[in-house]
Ligand binder design. Structure first.
Ligand SMILES: *Cc1c(COP(=O)(O)O)cnc(C)c1O
Length: 426
């Protein structure tokens, strides 16, 4: 052991912080992956795949049993009838993202929902057809946007990208403002990931929505890294739509169904074109099968298919935990936990690593992105061999997400200590 820099950089201090943490017991409600030596991994990839709540199995088993015992009758007579099953998730999900229930539905997966939203909210014309995104948007979002541009015949010059200034990692608000001021009249849709998956930068959604709307643009957000991580106020932010997945911070299991928000102002607008399916049709006449499409008001009206109940059961298991904790308490802990990680990384004071995530807690969630000098992946491999599960993102970043529901201050201490030891041994 090397001599530690300060009392903060000690396991004792981390354990004191754990003792004082009112949410510490939630860790026991999750399955932590176990190393060969019998100890849990130091798991920091809840931003990629959240851990499994111990209750998930019970929720899924209920549906398996009802299917076994009832067959098709389960649609109406299961303990939680499958016909309205998605509705059991709506209010809880709405609370997670700060929306009204009519604005939220759980359906499909993120990229699919993005396309469905663009079918309705990307309505290009020869004068206004551009889509504004971050230059370093998540690949799926970029492919989705490019394919929409191509579909409408605007691939030539339809894509506008927000770039950090030369030599910087983050996008400045003033550059976003300038872009919208200058190009706004030609922009049909603004679509931004919040936080950005790579840097962890959070954008001012309300400000961007207001500015975009003042220029006549539609404004959507991808909240894959925001839902269950940030204390969102989607309704008040005024954005037209948002999409997210539930397998990252919302712990619903690999490939699970996603979430979608459509602002209340569009709830009854039947003029909006949309790709329709029977599950978006008026519930009273859905099974009469001979009616013209009559959309359910609000986000539910964008549903296509009857949803996968086993996946929804897993989401419900997780949402019940979120509902009990609440996003306020969760983000209060999150700021402390990530702040502690930041403090320890600063104390390491090694020129080979640099945090590129904003230092202002209001401009980030729980994730810190650590840039490694010369894109040296051996550091990442070394900490992985010591039981850390983080992720390496090309070209040169280790992403670390201490998740307030199940990560502890001690986890953060162990991570920083392992990182420091590996840096010193280089
Ligand atoms: C994780 C993630 C996705 C994944 O999309 P799926 O359709 O769920 O596979 C898309 N966009 C962003 C920004 C993400 O972080």
């Amino acid at each position: 052991m090397t001599v530690e820099h300060s009392s903060k950089f000690s396991l004792e201090h981390a354990q004191e912080l754990d003792q004082a943490d009112p949410l510490r017991h939630y860790r026991e409600q999750f399955h932590l992956p176990i190393q060969k030596n019998g100890n849990p991994y130091f798991y920091f990839t809840g931003n990629s795949l959240g851990l499994q709540p111990k209750s998930t199995e019970t929720y899924i088993r209920q549906e398996l049993n009802d299917w076994k015992d009832l067959g098709v009758e389960g649609h109406f007579h299961a303990k939680n009838p499958w016909m309205p099953y998605h509705e059991f998730l709506t209010e809880k999900m709405a609370r997670v993202v700060g929306a009204k229930p009519i604005e939220v539905v759980v359906m499909n997966t993120l990229s699919v929902n993005l396309h469905l939203m663009m079918a309705s909210f990307y309505r290009p014309s020869p004068d206004r057809y551009k889509i504004l995104i971050e230059s370093d948007a998540f690949p799926s979002d970029k492919y989705a946007v490019q394919s929409q541009l191509r579909f409408h015949g605007y691939e030539e010059d339809g894509l506008l990208e927000l770039r950090p200034k030369q030599g910087e990692e983050l996008i400045r608000q003033e550059d976003i403002d300038q872009m919208i001021e200058e190009e706004g009249e030609k922009i049909a849709l603004i679509l931004i990931g919040c936080p950005n998956y790579y840097t962890g930068q959070v954008f001012d959604m309300k400000h961007i929505a207001a500015l975009g709307h003042s220029k006549g643009c539609m404004v959507g957000f991808d909240l894959a890294h925001g839902a269950g991580n940030l204390d969102l106020s989607l309704h008040d932010s005024g954005v037209d739509f948002a999409t997210w997945c539930t397998y990252k911070y919302l712990n619903s299991g690999p490939g699970s169904v996603g979430g979608c928000f459509v602002h209340e102002r569009h709830a009854n607008n039947i003029e909006l074109p949309r790709f329709a399916g029977w599950w978006g049709h008026n519930k009273e006449t859905r099974f009469n099968m001979r009616h013209d499409f009559d959309p359910i008001p609000g986000a539910e009206g964008w549903q296509l298919s009857n949803p996968p109940i086993l996946s929804l059961a897993a989401i419900l298991a997780s949402l019940d935990i979120f509902d009990e904790v609440g996003m306020k308490a969760l983000t209060t802990k999150s700021k402390k936990l990530t702040g502690y990680l930041e403090d320890l990384l600063h104390e390491i004071e090694d020129p080979n690593i640099k945090i590129i995530t904003p230092s202002n807690p209001e401009e980030r969630g729980c994730q810190l992105s650590i840039q490694v000098k010369n894109a040296d992946k051996t550091l990442f491999n070394a900490i992985s061999a010591k039981g850390v599960i983080a992720d390496w993102r090309e070209p040169d970043v280790i992403r670390v997400a201490p998740v307030p529901l199940y990560n502890s201050f001690s986890d953060v201490f162990h991570f920083a200590h392992i990182l420091k030891t590996e840096l010193e041994s280089k």
